[in-house]
Design a protein around this ligand. Structure first.
Ligand SMILES: [Zn+2]
Length: 109
């Protein structure tokens, strides 16, 4: 709560751990309509600027897990969202406890 950051950039709240963090440190999730008219899906937005309502998450396995388990995603969107695709979407950007270089992920288009 009193953890004050000196960052100057825009800040967003991670829906996993609820920490307010520099936007650059988070990945954007976006709600997209389901092709079969069912529950909207929550997907990774690699561009960070896809249209639609977005949410933000640390690219971190713990935050993802929390977001999925606590229903934080649905709460953030104020409606049910299908998070079934999210773990796979984020597979390439998630940081596992052992830190690795993540530069390669930028090449995916
Ligand atoms: Zn987080």
């Amino acid at each position: 709560m009193s953890d004050r950051s000196t960052a100057a950039g825009p800040q967003r709240t991670c829906i996993g751990c609820r920490q307010v963090t520099e936007r650059e440190q988070l990945v954007r999730l976006v709600r997209v309509d389901s092709p079969d008219g069912g529950t909207p899906q929550l997907r990774h937005d690699p561009t960070g600027s896809a249209p639609g309502r977005g949410a933000w998450l640390h690219p971190d396995a713990t935050c993802l897990d929390r977001a999925l388990r606590r229903g934080a995603a649905a709460r953030s969107f104020r409606s049910a969202v299908d998070t079934g695709h999210l773990a796979r979407d984020l597979e390439s950007v998630i940081t596992s406890p052992t830190r690795k270089r993540g530069d390669e992920a930028m090449d995916i288009r």
